[in-house]
Design a protein around this ligand. Structure first.
Ligand code: AHR
Length: 532
């Protein structure tokens, strides 16, 4: 871990120096920030898939979190866990990426269909546990249907074949009277699933085959050549494997362009997948330095996104819409063991929730350029929405952030200008300065409402925030919800499941184009304004 120094900037240095030693409860001094919401400048639609989920056959994510089996005493629907389904439904989880992750490139879908007693038991090479194959395509589709999420399937490029992928699409989407489509009917699902989102491999520069970008481009082109035909009348979107670093994306696009009909293949890339994980210090016993160090890492993600957008634009055909960025794995990765039935099971504190809120605000700032984001992973693995143990389920602080961000789904992103005191985090070679206040805004035109999500990252100081709605109607009232807790180390556990909870929605009196509100230290607020 790098040695860092935390310093406060912008004329407030004294306060920051104190902040590091102070107990939050002992301090009450507030500071000021200003937000201008530019009502007539949109960043594009904020795709509902920005609040997406990722489920991999890893640890207890699927087996435990989603699947308990038909004989289980844990309430279930055909073996699928009712409580986790209901939890996802409540936050309108828009999409669930599956079956991996690294697991996707060792997964053979045929092992997971038909009578469960006949399915083979295999070994999960990446995550060191037995794979019963009890949860396969039909169980996944049923889980998506019950929770209201769209399926997003990642096909096996690393150790699979084009034929296997095409047949999987046929099983999922075909309406023809083929043997494979009839197999789906025999397995209880007459109607095609009409899966839209298909990812062509996962991290194919690493666990997904360790390809060069040139090799991957050739494979991508072959897969898509056939998958696009197999899609027929069903609307499908291909997600290609990208990389946040190095020159992978550039070389991938260049190689596609060199192929016969290269421009067409390049345009088949509707979304480019990027993964990004954060980490600083221990999961729970982190220092104040680690706290700010983690939050400041969102700057690195922003830098990566800007670079990837630059490459996408460089290769974009004139008049064609640019490929979106699918940040289809992101979240905090704490130092925990990575093998076995509890692999990558990590605590989830308020610090993690704040990181999620700052990241989501940042993604909203990129508007329609980021088309999807799937937090890793939905249950019991990495920065999850919930933990399950036997019949118990505990919702994490991060879950509640996803709850608070609901009003942004499919709304029109609005440009915001923020003036805020800032903190500095010094790494060995660089220094990052970040505003304490993170904000994003969107307009729901049909409801005539503006949603502002505000995060005050300051450990100990409240912020007084003055907001101006510039260039549009003023507000007539607002509803406020807030997530915070006494300490950023607080978490929800099986013994104490309700330590970090959002406040109930309360009406606040706000009127006109300018108003002021207090945002407590280390808190997230969702303020939904009714417009005149
Ligand atoms: O989410 C855990 C792993 O992280 C995924 O399997 C892989 O894609 C990434 O490296």
């Amino acid at each position: 871990m790098n040695r860092r120094n935390f310093l406060k900037t912008s004329g407030l240095a004294a306060m920051a120096a104190n902040a590091l030693d102070a107990t939050p409860a002992a301090r009450s001094v507030s500071d000021r920030a200003r937000v201008t919401v530019v009502m007539d400048e949109s960043t594009g639609r904020l795709d509902r898939n920005l609040l997406g989920q990722f489920a991999e056959h890893l640890g207890a994510c699927v087996y435990g979190g989603m699947w308990v089996g038909t004989d289980s005493s844990i309430p279930n629907t055909n073996g699928l866990r009712n409580d986790t389904i209901a939890a996802l439904k409540r936050i309108h989880a828009p999409i669930i990426r599956w079956p991996g992750g690294c697991f996707a490139d060792i997964y053979h879908w045929r092992n997971g269909i038909g009578p469960r007693s006949k399915r083979p038991t295999t070994w999960n090479l990446w995550w060191g546990r037995e794979e019963s194959n009890a949860f396969g395509t039909d169980e996944y589709m049923e889980y998506c249907r019950l929770s209201g999420a769209s399926p997003y399937v990642c096909v096996n490029v690393g150790s699979g074949s084009v034929r296997e992928a095409v047949e999987w699409m046929e099983y999922c989407n075909s309406n023809h009277p083929t043997t494979i489509a009839r197999e789906r009917t025999a397995n209880g699902h007459d109607k095609p699933y009409n899966v839209t989102y298909w990812s062509v491999g996962n991290e194919n520069w690493g666990c997904g085959g360790a390809f060069t970008p040139e090799d991957y481009a050739d494979r991508y082109a072959r897969y898509v050549n056939y998958l696009a035909r197999a899609a027929e009348g069903v609307k499908v979107e291909f997600v290609a494997c990208g990389n946040g670093g190095g020159d992978w994306n550039q070389r991938f696009f260049e190689t596609l362009l060199r192929r016969p009909a290269g421009r067409g293949i390049l345009q088949s890339v509707r979304q480019l997948s990027i993964h990004h994980y954060f980490g600083d210090g221990a999961a729970v016993d982190f220092s104040d330095h680690d706290y700010y160090g983690l939050l400041a890492q969102v700057a690195n993600l922003e830098e990566i996104l800007r670079r990837v957008i630059g490459t996408i634009d460089e290769f974009k055909a004139p008049n064609a819409p640019p490929a979106g960025i699918a940040l289809d794995e992101w979240g905090v990765w704490h130092p925990v063991p990575g093998q076995g039935p509890d692999a990558l099971l990590q605590p989830n504190t308020l610090r993690d929730a704040l990181l999620a809120a700052v990241t989501l605000n940042s993604l909203n700032g990129f508007g329609s350029r980021v088309s999807m984001a799937c937090i890793a992973q939905v249950f019991n693995v990495l920065q999850s929405m919930a933990f399950t143990r036997g019949a118990q389920m505990v919702l994490t602080p991060t879950y509640y952030v996803f709850d608070l961000f609901q009003p942004h789904m499919d709304a029109k992103g609005l440009k915001t200008v923020v003036e805020s005191p800032a903190y500095n985090v010094k790494e060995e070679k660089t220094s990052i300065s970040r505003n304490y206040l993170s904000v994003s805004a969107s307009l729901d035109e049909s409801k005539k409402q503006v949603c502002l999500t505000l995060v005050n990252q300051h450990l100990t100081e409240a912020l007084e925030v003055e907001t101006e709605l510039a260039g549009g109607a003023g507000a007539t009232g607002a509803a406020l919800r807030q997530l915070t807790s006494a300490s950023v180390h607080d978490q929800n556990t099986f013994d104490r499941p309700n330590v970090v909870l959002p406040s109930a929605e309360k009406r606040v009196s706000v009127s006109g184009r300018r108003f002021t509100q207090m945002v407590p230290a280390h808190s997230v607020q969702a303020l939904v304004l009714d417009l005149a």
